[in-house]
Design a protein. Structure first.
Lengths: 151, 151
DNA sequence: GTAATTTCTAAACCTAACTTGAGGTCAAGG
DNA sequence: CCTTGACCTCAAGTTAGGTTTAGAAATTAC
């Protein structure tokens, strides 16, 4: 394949470690937008490798695909993050992560305070706090603590 | 209702804050086993309030329902955890939690080290570690980091 | 004794993030 | 020309943890 023709989906999959089906799914979710060649096949830019890497990393931080889409669409021209963009975005991701860690740490401290107290059945136990528990989102499944969307 | 007849499912739901449907679902998953009255309705012991509380707390620690079922079934006579049982179980839960926190903290440290380095597209970036990413479990959805079953 | 609640079962539906499968097209090698 | 492999679309399946719904039976309240 000539250089100017871009990457086929299989090549992109091999470069990123993602499944082909996942890449197509991300496209359906509006996270990536390849063009089509004469035969109707998807062709990707080299920068899309970075874009997919970004998506994978953001997922590790607990961002949902819609959230990632928003972050990406906030960039000028909806471009793949440059190093400077990444620097800016990192600050927000770090806050997100700090929040998750804080929640879990609080949970652990409560657990330590509770070990052996035998209060398990009491509404006043710090571990037994309904407001702190996972909340329903729509009519779907519950989210584990710290994985719930912030909005 | 007479004292000896036990709690109806609605009463148990009000006491625990769980939905009636959730309690029935837990029964289907083998987490709780009520008896039936003459009319075929479920009746619960007072201790089942504690049992459900335990389930809710364990969920916050990231345990899946099958994992919780295992913990509960490990108790003598499959009884609801007593304060002493709880003390013993807590140690295991704390280890579980420590692991999740450690993973997230490592992720955060990597992020800090990466801010501004511009390496986002490189396989050698610490954030871009496939082994660290969510793994497929069966043919279903992926699990977010730290939520994956340990086994 | 009747009305209003509650409960029952079973099956269908829900979200997120994908995967799998069916049925068909496209491109390259021999 | 033919085969092989990669690609296409669209629909349905998967997992976790439940909720919703429908129609019937049991309980409770007045």
């Amino acid at each position: 394949m000539a250089i100017s023709e871009g990457l086929a989906i299989g090549a992109l999959a091999r470069r990123t470690g993602l499944a082909v089906s996942a890449i197509r799914y991300y496209e359906a979710q509006g996270l990536i937008a390849p063009w089509r060649n004469a035969g109707g096949q998807r062709r990707y830019q080299r920068a899309d490798i970075r874009r997919l890497s970004f998506i994978m990393i953001a997922q590790q931080f607990g961002l949902s695909l819609p959230e990632i889409r928003e972050v990406l669409s906030g960039l000028p021209g909806n471009r793949t993050p440059t190093p400077q963009d990444w620097k800016d975005i990192s600050v927000g991701l770090r806050a997100h992560l700090d929040k998750r860690i804080a929640t879990l740490t609080r949970l652990r401290d409560n657990l330590d305070g509770c070990i052996g107290c035998g209060c398990l059945s009491l509404p006043k136990c710090a571990l037994y706090n309904p407001d702190d528990r996972a909340k329903t989102y729509g009519s779907g499944p519950r989210y584990l603590m710290g994985d719930a969307p912030e909005a």
